[in-house]
Design a protein around this ligand. Structure first.
Ligand code: ADP
Ligand code: MG
Length: 318
């Protein structure tokens, strides 16, 4: 099977009807039309087999996740997803894998009206790199550097589920009822609608990919503030609650990673407007703490004692 036949499999499975794609897959570069008054939000995330997904992950799930982690970044910026580019490195010309991968990618792309407009296909150890482009009205993107003392800190959804799912997949946790947790690991649902609703309301926003404390640490540093998290407020799914001890649960929720939820800060006077904006959106949120003066992220327990979070988030090369 030639490189071009593989590209054709992908192209045929990832069709889209966006009218702003002037020229899609097939030429030296794609051409797209950026609407006037908009900025382009651009980001790339790479998934390496065995590092960003367990080796037994299905082709469909790998395709889905490779787009999901990128859409999560756009969600955190408050950008509307538009176009994607896919660099695929494959060990062999495995048609079944490519078809399954493309189906998973296409399933999520369709949900968010994302057009796959190009890419690159090479041979080597399995590795997927996706670049997405989103649109945001000029000057309105949510950044990491806007948190101010007095703002409240929120997260969407529940925390720690994907990290627990990984514990099941790797055999460190055993038992039934792990399907929901594994689903959260393999099919993250980027909070695109939530991110759009928060635009103009959140003072800072980030998506949680490396772990809550590590990612809020980026917000604290960029904003020049400290963040305090109340451990007992962390939103917890029933599935997570029933699968492990509270000590492990806390560790997974604070530093497990792969949540792909939004963590954001909101000034007190905008809380009502935020609740209104989120009312029509399927995106539950929980207040977990506050922004204060200082630096770094502190997690406190209900007795007021600080919890050590020595296990930071996931970091390559460390
Ligand atoms: P070039 O040699 O000009 O760099 P390629 O031969 O690599 O182009 O690719 C041919 C066309 O197929 C290009 O339009 C490219 O964007 C697209 N393409 C290649 N690989 C992929 C992929 N994995 N997914 C989507 N489009 C791809
Ligand atoms: Mg060329």
């Amino acid at each position: 099977m030639s490189e071009f036949s593989l590209i054709d499999i992908i192209r045929r499975r990832c069709t889209s009807s966006r009218s702003d794609v002037v020229l899609g897959i097939g030429d030296d570069a794609a051409l797209v039309e950026v609407p006037p008054g908009c900025e382009l939000a651009v980001c790339t995330d790479t998934l390496v087999a065995g590092i960003h997904f367990p080796l037994g992950t299905t082709a469909f799930d790998i395709g889905w996740k490779s787009l999901a982690v990128n859409l999560s970044d756009l969600a955190a910026m408050g950008a509307t997803p538009a176009w994607a580019v896919l660099a695929l490195t494959l060990p062999t010309d495995d048609v079944q894998f490519v078809a399954g991968f493309a189906d998973g990618f296409a399933a999520l792309a369709r949900m968010h009206k994302v057009a796959l407009i190009g890419g690159d296909t090479t041979q080597g150890p399995l590795c997927i790199s996706v670049t997405v482009h989103g649109l945001v009205p000029r000057g309105q993107a949510m950044r990491r550097d806007g948190a101010r003392p007095g703002d409240l800190v929120f997260v969407s959804g529940t925390l720690g589920d994907a990290a627990a799912g990984l514990q099941y997949v790797s055999g460190h946790l055993r038992g039934q009822d792990s399907d929901l947790l594994k689903q959260r690991l393999n099919r993250p649902e980027p909070r695109v609608a939530g991110g759009l609703a928060l635009r103009g309301l959140a003072s800072a926003c980030i998506d949680i990919s490396d772990g809550l404390v590590a990612d809020l640490g980026h917000v604290a540093k960029a904003s020049g503030v400290a963040i305090e998290i109340d451990r007992w407020k962390l939103p917890t799914s029933f599935a997570l609650q029933s699968c492990c001890t509270s000590a492990l649960r806390t560790q997974l929720q604070l530093s497990g990673g792969d949540d792909y939820e939004l963590a954001f800060t909101v000034p007190a006077e905008k809380i009502d407007a935020m609740n209104d904006a989120l009312a029509g959106v399927d995106c539950a949120i929980t207040c977990i703490g506050r922004v204060v003066e200082g630096e770094g992220v502190r997690v406190v327990d209900s007795d007021g004692n600080e919890i050590s979070t020595l296990h930071g988030g996931w970091e390559h090369f460390s």
